[in-house]
Write a protein that binds this ligand. Sequence first.
Ligand code: C2E
Ligand code: MG
Ligand code: MG
Ligand code: MG
Length: 275
Amino acid sequence: HAKKNWNDNFTFFNQNLSDYYTRKANIENHLRKSLMMEQLQVHYQPIIELDSGKIFGLEALVRWEHPKMGIISPEEFIPIAEETGLIIDLGNYVLQKACKQLKIWQESDFDLIHVSVNISTRQLEHNQFVENVIKVLKETKLNPMHLELEVTESIVQNIKHSQKILNELKNIGVNLSIDDFGTGYSSLNILHHLPIDKLKIDKTFINDINTNDYALVKTIIEMGHNLNFSLIAEGIENEQQLNLLKQYKCQYGQGYYFSKPLPANEIEKLLLKKK
Ligand code: C2E
Ligand code: MG
Ligand code: MG
Ligand code: MG
């Protein structure tokens, strides 16, 4: 009896593993095609200046709905894109779309200042990354000071190279932020030596506010301020979190409490209402 169970488990395990690899291979193939056919969308989530309640900027977030496989989350396909190198084309595509869109909004006289674009460490390591950012800014005629690039703490694993690239980007005039801050293994001490403007406090810390665990968020904000970083709180979902963050003088925030990520046309409606 025990043996049968073991065999069942083994088959089950193999089946799961093979399903996993099949799906992964499927995603890779379809993502490659969808990218070529420009079938990926970019949604935008407002970033709010907490004191005034005004929209400070927008974060560009890639969206993929495959005709047969349905909606696939970036949490699933971004890691595959990173592993396979597809992230280079995907990243350029999102950067291009986001810069173009912000320029359109600025020309329609919306009071919009910043667009933030997520950049994988793999992109930073690509030898044409900086060149490409310059190219996109030139083509879209967007002023570099209106673009913010979000990198993650994993850049510290290749600190010498990251420092060089980030300095080059800073020299162009773009803004730099650390995304999901607090989830990686970097120290504020290391980040302090990089030309970083903002820390985006990861949503897990904001979530903890509900369970009366304020200490960490408070400490992160205080330490961040002492080192002259601006702070953005991610994943604000209720008023209690908002009030606490305001009390601790966190300047910016984003989250479902304000708005979820929306397609460009719905962002327009939102901006019109605020105009
Ligand atoms: P991220 O950059 O940290 O983006 C924030 C994520 O939190 C987004 O998930 C957003 O929809 C979600 N979010 C916003 N407000 C709330 C909230 O109040 N509560 C909760 N629970 N979640 C909230 P999304 O769009 O699924 O993206 C997941 C991750 O995928 C992003 O995390 C980013 O790391 C990556 N990603 C998305 N688009 C791109 C892209 O164009 N390039 C790269 N390299 N990565 C991307
Ligand atoms: Mg981000
Ligand atoms: Mg984040
Ligand atoms: Mg995240």
